[in-house]
Design a protein around this ligand. Sequence first.
Ligand code: FES
Ligand SMILES: [Fe+2]
Length: 437
Amino acid sequence: MEVPDRVRKQRYYDPDFYALEVELLWPRVWQMACRLEEIPRPHDFVEYEFLDQSVIVVRGDDMGVRAFQNVCRHRGVRVVAGRGTCDDGFTCPFHGWCYGLDGRNTAVTRRSTFAEHNLAPGDIDLTPVRCEVWGGCAWINLADDAPPLRQCIEPAATVLDAWKVESLRTEWWYAARLPVNWKLAEEAFVEQYHVLETHPQLRIPGRYARPGAEFDARSWVDAEIHYLRMMSEGMGGMVHANDVKVAEGLRDLDLPAGAEPAMATWHRTFNDAVTAWHRDAGGDIPDLNELEASGLNEPMGYCFPHYFVLPMYSSASSYRFRPLGPEETLMEIWSLTRFPEGEERPRPTPPEPWECDDPRWPPIPAQDFSNLPRQQRGLHARGFEYMRLSEQMEGHISNFHRTLDRFLTGLPYDQLMPALRHVNVNPLEMPIVDLDQ
Ligand code: FES
Ligand SMILES: [Fe+2]
């Protein structure tokens, strides 16, 4: 990034640039490997794949979550595929070497036929991978010298903890195979500049009080509820249908005179009503007005480089992106909400990826996806050299690319941390900032 508000197009398709990311970014970052509800019980495991790597994430008898490189120490076969529940560990399908839940080698078939130096203790165990649990998810990092997860994703961790992100469960989980670079895919969801053009149903007259214009509280509340409904239907969640019902119940609320007091009263009452609705239902939810007062009620918790959560009142949408090649991305969306504590939920299973024009997509992601392949193709135009970013509204995209550059120049972690602190601040409101400050 030579100029902070310009992104050269080659960053989205050049194979050499992609190779740098493969080498210097992905093996050095914390990646969201699975949701904990995918491995609710001891012996449950999932395989997490990225690029040409595969990692086993498994829950032990102590409920601890551990990760290992998914490769047999004999002749390199991937030990597991997919997910499931194992007995006491894993058996390699080729010659039957066995590994325990702690990765230790527990059996070498025909042991005496090997020379001793090939069976050195410790040298035939599954190779451990850094693994941490946070925010309802298991995270992995291939770099042994990386700082702990939390340090790498602050301040998002504090924001999402205050909102009790760990209490959310999956309502649905969809995946898309997108014919675009992973950064391009992600960038379609981290700025609000596109909203009015791409999602015209969210242009709702009467939602914003104009200075000097007469304010009618009734029509403002109607517009606000209409907006919540459009978001809810458009995302198939995020603003959960339950929260929309709660808002409906407040349609006739008595409001003080004047735009600002009326809006503030309605928002405060709505926050209280959502909090109460979930608490009555036995759900674990923070007091949304306390959250607001503490300044931690952010609309986005962003964890560089590939995961984020968009909280709205009680519920959220959450996204993860993985490159499948320089111009192909696997993107997943989870719709998350709160269920009564202790309620048994089905173990979520990974979705078959849909094409970006699949009619089953909810309207808002469908609209976002409609731009993406056109943009990826547009970048190849001979007359186009770089994207020009709005300093105020697309600042995160610049901050993101300049953080990426710091990884690609191989900086040590202590020099990466200031940039990570900036890039993990709510992207929707971030201008371009000096990452070294
Ligand atoms: S490759 Fe695993 S037992 Fe031979
Ligand atoms: Fe969008």
